[in-house]
Design a protein around this ligand. Structure first.
Ligand code: SF4
Length: 117
């Protein structure tokens, strides 16, 4: 571990910021397969992974589909440069249909699970 884990206040701020972004994007979720891929390929071997969370953002990192930063499809690695990126950046933009109604595109999986922080 190269970095001290963030304080509870820093973790809470990070969680609330990510949660707001996720809600604004209509709560898109990654699939279990994608969560596993990111965890195994990037987080598990990462120097900032402390066995339960990321030492940069403080969010919980694992392969479960709850209380896990990797589940929200709007999250990305806080490293510089990020080792993995959000999948739904384009989907977070509001789109106006032909009749002028604002619509928010959905990701392949959506839900209301708590999965970060
Ligand atoms: S989110 Fe990024 S910096 Fe944090 S443990 Fe995973 S790969 Fe490492």
């Amino acid at each position: 571990m190269d970095k001290k884990s963030p304080t509870l206040i820093e973790r809470t701020k990070s969680y609330l910021k990510e949660r707001k972004k996720w809600i604004q994007a209509d709560k898109p979720l990654r699939t279990q397969s994608k969560v596993n891929d990111i965890f195994i390929k990037y987080c598990q071997p990462c120097q900032y992974y402390n066995g339960s969370s990321c030492n940069i953002c403080g969010c919980f990192i694992n392969t479960r589909m709850v209380v896990n930063k990797l589940v929200w499809a709007t999250t990305q690695c806080p490293g510089t440069p990020p080792k993995w990126t959000e999948e739904v950046k384009e989907l977070t933009k509001k789109i106006v249909d032909k009749r002028g109604n604002k619509i928010t595109p959905s990701s392949p999986t959506q839900g209301r699970r708590r999965c970060c922080g």
